[in-house]
Ligand binder design. Structure first.
Ligand SMILES: [Zn+2]
Length: 481
């Protein structure tokens, strides 16, 4: 079992994040996803003899941003290295990466666990490297095709310390990292399209043991859910193997999401298998302190800082603050709603309960919401001004979703404005009292609980539009009169 009382699971994650630069890492070719095969290539990214790479400045900015966001150390001098291996979709026969001197070292990221605990996960390093092309095998008889459009797309490889102890923590780490990259607008985080990919290193050891067990590397994990399932499967497999007297082999295993199992792909390479050496075509990358400071000044407010501000300044619970900062889009939605005059706590409630509930049922993201923050803010404004009750607001909200109309218009067209006019409420109360003599008698004999029933009848008679506070006051006055 992955949560075995005798064993502990140790996980480290390597994330490859495609950076949203307009052009590739060493040439001017476009990085747009989904273009016709081999239309976004040139002699540089196709690795013709004699070409020379020129480093993309925008990529370096993005790497510095990312490093600062995870509290890493930006090296003022880093180096590119050649990682040599042969693969048909790697035309140069080597990958330009960083090895001994990566651009960023020693960062960390804080997880907000479901238990409410916070846990710090170390980031060993972040380095820049070039992506390979794609080999296409599916639906092609007797051949494989190569598409080099992706060759030369810039990647950041983000390597965590083996600090994660369960598949849940691994899932939380990936969500947090992806959210930070999206806040920074350096990566779209799309796992299905492969712009945010993850390999997991997994080992197990007996609880109390300080040495790490032999680890395996899991690949082909194209969703957070698959990462978590693959880790659980692998931990169970290793524990079963150890319990039956076997030994774990260091290897790379491929996850098969359809069969819910993994299989050995190859023995795991060691760094020396790649014959790394300093890249002779690129000088060391020097980043000045001034440049780092300039990037730091442009950093947006990140999820952790935003969550603290939401709870301290706006009075939200830590939980609501966490949900509302989980993505940049969610946070902006909330902030724009509040800008319309909505009380922050009320806005938080409406977004986390009504809006997210509805979006989840329809499988939509917040940026696809038919109800805009401006309209939601105004709907809440109508409750605050006493124009409609909270109950009617829910009806209006559903209608806003269906019609995409302004709340004021829905309220006016459907006659949903709350009745605060005491004359009208008094008439409704009189009618209800006349129709329910038994309950009135009971109330006067001391069963004051029936007042709730009578209030309900008045609300029903006014189709929910009567101001509940006014109904209560008038009813009490008449009953005790
Ligand atoms: Zn190119």
């Amino acid at each position: 079992m992955a949560n075995d009382p005798l064993y502990e699971t140790i996980i480290g994650l390597e994330v490859h994040a495609q950076m949203l630069t307009r052009s590739k890492i060493f040439c001017g070719c476009s990085t747009t996803f989904g273009a016709e095969a081999n239309t976004q290539i040139c002699p540089v990214c196709a690795a013709f003899p004699g070409v020379l790479p020129v480093l993309n400045r925008e990529l370096v900015q993005m790497a510095i941003k990312t490093g600062l966001a995870v509290h890493g150390t930006i090296r003022e001098r880093s180096e590119f290295a050649r990682k040599n291996y042969f693969y048909p979709d790697l035309p140069a026969g080597y990958q330009i990466s960083q090895f001994e001197l990566p651009i960023i070292e020693r960062g960390e990221l804080t997880l907000d666990l479901e238990s409410g605990e916070k846990k710090r996960i170390g980031i060993t390093r972040i380095h820049m490297e070039v992506d390979a092309g794609k080999s296409l095998h599916e639906g092609i008889q007797g051949a494989s095709w190569i598409d080099l459009n992706r060759t030369g797309t810039p990647l950041l490889e983000i390597v965590s310390e083996p600090d994660l102890r369960s598949s849940r923590e691994a899932g939380a780490y990936l969500k947090k990292l992806r959210s930070i990259l999206r806040y920074l607008q350096v990566c779209d985080g799309n796992m299905e399209e492969g712009s945010f990919r993850c390999d997991a290193n997994v080992s197990v050891r007996r609880r109390g043991d300080t040495r790490l067990g032999t680890r395996t590397e899991l690949k082909n994990l194209n969703s957070i859910r698959n990462v978590m399932r693959a880790i659980d499967f692998e931990a169970d497999r290793q524990i079963d193997l150890l319990e039956s007297g076997g030994t774990i082999v260091q290897e790379t295993r491929l996850w098969d999401a359809n069969l819910n199992t993994s299989r050995s792909m190859r023995g795991k390479e060691e760094a020396h298998d790649y014959r790394y050496f300093p890249e002779p075509d690129l000088p060391p990358l020097v980043i000045t302190r001034e440049r780092i400071d300039a990037v730091a000044r442009q950093l947006p407010e990140l999820p952790d800082a935003k969550a603290i501000r939401f709870s301290r300044e706006l009075g939200l619970s830590e939980y609501d603050a966490g949900v509302l900062t989980s993505s940049r889009e969610m946070a902006s939605f909330f902030e724009e709603t509040v800008q319309q005059g909505a009380h922050p706590k009320t806005a938080a409630n409406w977004i986390t309960v009504e809006l997210l509930g509805r979006l989840n049922r329809e499988g939509l993201e917040i940026e696809q919401s038919a109800v805009t923050p401006r309209r939601l803010g105004r709907l809440i404004g109508l409750i605050q001004s006493g124009d409609i009750s909270g109950k009617i607001a829910k009806q209006v909200f559903e209608l806003m979703f269906e019609t995409e109309a302004d709340p004021e218009r829905i309220v006016a067209e459907r006659g949903l404005k709350q009745v605060s006019d005491t004359g009208a409420i008094e008439a409704a109360v009189d009618k209800v009292l006349a129709e329910n003599p038994t309950q009135v008698q009971q109330y006067r004999e001391g069963k004051t609980k029936v007042a709730g029933f009578l209030v309900g009848q008045v609300m029903k008679a006014t189709r929910g539009k009567a101001n509940p506070a006014a109904v209560n006051a008038i009813l009490q006055a008449k009953l005790s009169g």
